[in-house]
Design a protein around this ligand. Structure first.
Ligand code: GUN
Ligand code: FE
Length: 446
């Protein structure tokens, strides 16, 4: 048995009463055993959290670890050009080693900025190497290989045979689903309607039901994408997914920037989990999702940074700040206050992954997924009479994350990620992207 005692902290619980308390927090193995009060000091590891703030670890519900190596390679493009001219050729050029280091680079960034759970979408090939990286890093995750069996301008190496795509997904599921007592889970990842046949999508529907796993895909991100879907399928994304029987509580839908009223109603009524990606939606010029409207409808909304080449960070502090600020000019200053955004980043994410009884808040009996922030800084003071959640959403940055604990394990301490060799990963990241770019001279910059 291992134990961790965090002493003298300000604890932002995000329990149902959203209590903020001062005191200690005791963890045994992977579980939070006690919250609040003075709990002594008789444990393996004691963390002095005087002047520090303990929060539930962030849950990012839309990430592409396979794209982290492409940071800076695909700036200033709209979605379909971004995919066809840059991202698909780059993904096609991946090998096992580059997939592993792409994942490790992203995981280092995520853990260092206090993210403890991700919903990740890998590329067509080499997803096994990314799972290996996720296993070693200690992150909690739902991930799967992307599936794409139709579409224009797709490189040969990404073009999948339908049956093979399904078989490879099931093989990965059999290998990785429930790894390390459920820390890793499999999710089926059809890329988006544009690149998936109806045969593939209906198979995914049946398999997700059979294995009781999530389906993670993109929808209604960009107006050009929606036009293609309307031409191909004769209807809009969410209506089509509903017609196929994919619109249910196991569906995690990234973006949803351009929804009509019928699609909004389907999302709410079917319990679809919407992953809002404000940074990516701005950088790809996709638009601004109508989140205040969806929150009024009581839809489940969570946050994700998407991939490094369309953001270009995997930083929940950025996403929270943007999620709040971008709505204010249109909806007024009280729209998307700090608390609404912080809920989306924590308990909203936990609901999205179907784990609200296990993560997303600091409560006795829940998994110990926690970030400790050092807000004793010029940029976060004064603290007197300031709402602690306002300090986190509007003033703090990822550099304020001191410690990250996932599944009861201290994976980062004093801002050093213990499960990932930073020097090696940065060096290998450069080596890998250099190798990949050599394989695709047509997109290399001069
Ligand atoms: N739509 C289909 N694939 C992708 C992707 O990789 N990233 C984003 N942002 N949107 C997509
Ligand atoms: Fe995406």
């Amino acid at each position: 048995m291992s134990s961790v005692l965090i002493k003298n902290a300000q604890i932002i619980t995000m329990n149902s009463r959203e209590e903020i308390i001062h005191g200690d927090l005791y963890i045994e193995d992977d579980i939070i055993k006690q919250v609040g009060g003075d709990l002594g000091s008789e444990t393996d590891q004691v963390i002095d959290a005087k002047n520090k703030t303990v929060i539930p670890g962030f849950i990012q519900t839309h990430i592409h670890l396979c794209q982290t190596l492409f940071r800076g390679q695909a700036d200033d493009l709209e979605l379909m050009d971004w995919l066809q001219k840059k991202i698909w050729p780059l993904e096609a050029s991946h090998d096992e080693e580059s997939s592993y280091y792409s994942a490790m680079l992203g995981l280092g960034e995520l853990i260092q900025s206090g993210t403890t759970t991700i919903v990740d979408m890998e590329t067509v090939n080499h997803a096994d190497a990314a799972f290996q990286a996720m296993a070693e890093s200690g992150i909690r995750c739902l991930s799967g290989k992307v599936m794409m069996d139709m579409g224009d301008d797709i490189p040969e190496l990404l073009k999948e045979d339908t049956a093979k795509s399904i078989q490879q997904s099931v093989d990965l599921l059999e290998k990785w689903h429930q790894y390390d007592n459920g820390r890793i889970q499999y999710a089926f990842c059809p890329r988006f309607v544009v690149s998936c046949t109806e045969e593939l999508l209906t198979a995914v529907r049946d398999l997700s039901k059979y294995y009781n796993v999530k389906v993670h895909t993109h929808a209604s991100e960009n107006r050009g994408e929606i036009k293609i879907v309307e031409m191909q399928r004769g209807m809009r994304n969410v209506v089509y997914l509903d017609k196929l029987g994919l619109a249910n509580e196991n569906l995690i839908l990234a973006h949803c920037v351009w929804l009509d009223d019928e699609e909004k109603r389907i999302i709410k009524e079917r319990g679809i989990k919407m992953s809002h990606c404000p940074g990516s939606n701005l950088k790809l010029a996709s638009g601004i999702a109508d989140i205040p409207d969806m929150l009024d409808m009581d839809a489940n909304i969570s946050l994700g940074a998407d991939g490094a080449p369309c953001n270009n960070n995997l930083d929940m502090f950025n996403e929270m700040r943007l999620a709040s600020l971008i709505q204010k000019p249109k909806h007024g200053p009280t729209a998307m206050d700090a608390r609404s955004v912080f809920r989306m980043a924590t308990i909203g994410g936990a609901k999205a992954v179907g784990m609200a009884d296990q993560i997303g808040s600091i409560e006795v009996g829940k998994k110990a997924d926690i970030a400790i922030l050092d807000l004793f800084k010029f940029h976060t003071y004064p603290s007197y009479d300031v709402d602690p959640i306002s300090r986190i959403v509007y003033s703090a940055t990822r550099a304020d994350v001191d410690t990250t604990i996932i599944n009861g394990k201290i994976v980062m301490e004093k801002s050093n990620v213990k499960t990932i060799n930073k020097e090696l990963v940065l060096h290998e990241a450069n080596k890998s992207i250099k190798r990949l770019l050599k394989r695709i001279p047509s997109i290399a910059k001069v």
